[in-house]
Design a protein. Structure first.
Length: 313
């Protein structure tokens, strides 16, 4: 699907805990926009504390799409989200509204802006073999991927069996790393014209933000939230690997000591931030907005507005 609107999509991204949501609400309020959340974990109902979803007051202030689409025990993927986003974008256009896409899930953003690298067809026998190997030797698929495609291994979490299997399946079928094939695909024309800005934060500032984000999650009742979801129906493999939730699940199973829980979540978040930053550096036509460099004459909100609206007629 290609955009039939003359107005480009507005996209605000950046690492986890960088302050995207707060800035997005300010932009949306000033310019009468609606927000489309592009976050692979905020699509799940009940997963509120660990995903730092917008508050009720923020949702009343600005219309939000892309939140609470499915239950945590349901399967969901980037293809379904891209179809949902297409429908929301078209609907907003018909209503005379513009959307501001906001989120830090690069795979979902790329699915909307660039579409999908389809790759070779699925190989059920190979998939079964790879999954069986991972069950017998946890971590073996990630190690194998590291040996043939270090770039993809950096982006794919060692517990994300679905994506690990697909990356190895593509290599087996083509003899080429999936990251190389995806890069070629991403250089093609976009599905939508767009203006893309990403928040950029110095590493020491990022560490402090992650520390505060983690503290707020646990003080906000993350452990109780995980218990409640377990009682209600549990987690799908994808939802269960969300940062914060995965570690609490390990803790509740007795696989992680209580005194290590908070630091494990912080460390997982730092790794996610590095993966996100790697993705954002690869994105074409992206403008970085320095969060801690709020120059007196060009505060962050002004910098974002220059990216999104400087060429508006």
């Amino acid at each position: 699907m290609e955009s039939n609107s003359t107005e480009p999509l507005l996209v605000l991204t950046g690492p986890t805990a960088s302050g995207k949501s707060a800035l997005a609400i300010e932009i949306a309020t000033r310019h009468d926009l609606e927000i489309l959340s592009v976050d692979s974990m905020s699509i799940y109902r009940l997963m509120d504390v660990g995903t730092a979803k917008p508050t009720r007051a923020e949702r009343e202030r600005v219309v939000h799409h892309g939140l609470d689409l499915v239950d945590p025990w349901e399967d969901y993927d980037a293809a379904r989200f891209a179809a949902y986003a297409d429908e929301r974008i078209e609907s907003a256009s018909k209503r005379g509204k513009r959307l501001l896409l906001v989120g830090g899930t690069p795979l979902y953003l790329m699915a909307i802006l660039r579409g999908f690298f389809e790759g070779p067809p699925k190989n059920p026998d190979l998939r079964r073999e790879l999954r069986d190997r991972e069950d017998a030797e946890p971590g073996s698929l990630h190690l194998e991927l590291e040996s043939i495609d270090a770039e993809a291994a950096q982006r794919i979490h060692r517990n994300d069996t679905k994506r690990l299997v697909r990356a190895l399946e593509v290599y087996e079928a083509t003899g080429r790393p999936i990251s190389e094939l995806q890069r070629q695909f991403e250089q093609g024309p976009p599905r939508y014209t767009h203006r893309l800005a990403s928040l950029s934060i110095a590493r020491d500032h990022m560490r402090e933000r992650v520390r505060e984000r983690t503290r707020a999650m646990f003080e906000g009742g993350l452990v109780d939230e995980v218990r409640a979801i377990q009682d209600a129906g549990g987690f799908s493999p994808t939802a269960g690997q969300a940062i914060g939730y995965a570690e609490v699940l390990d803790f509740l199973r007795g696989d992680l000591a209580s005194d290590l829980l908070v630091s494990r979540v912080r460390n997982s978040t730092h790794r996610l931030v590095r993966r996100q930053e790697t993705w954002f550096r690869r994105m074409q036509d992206i403008t970085l907005l320095p969060v801690e460099d709020e120059r007196r004459d060009r505060p962050l909100l002004d910098l974002a507005e220059r990216v999104f609206f400087a060429h508006a007629s």
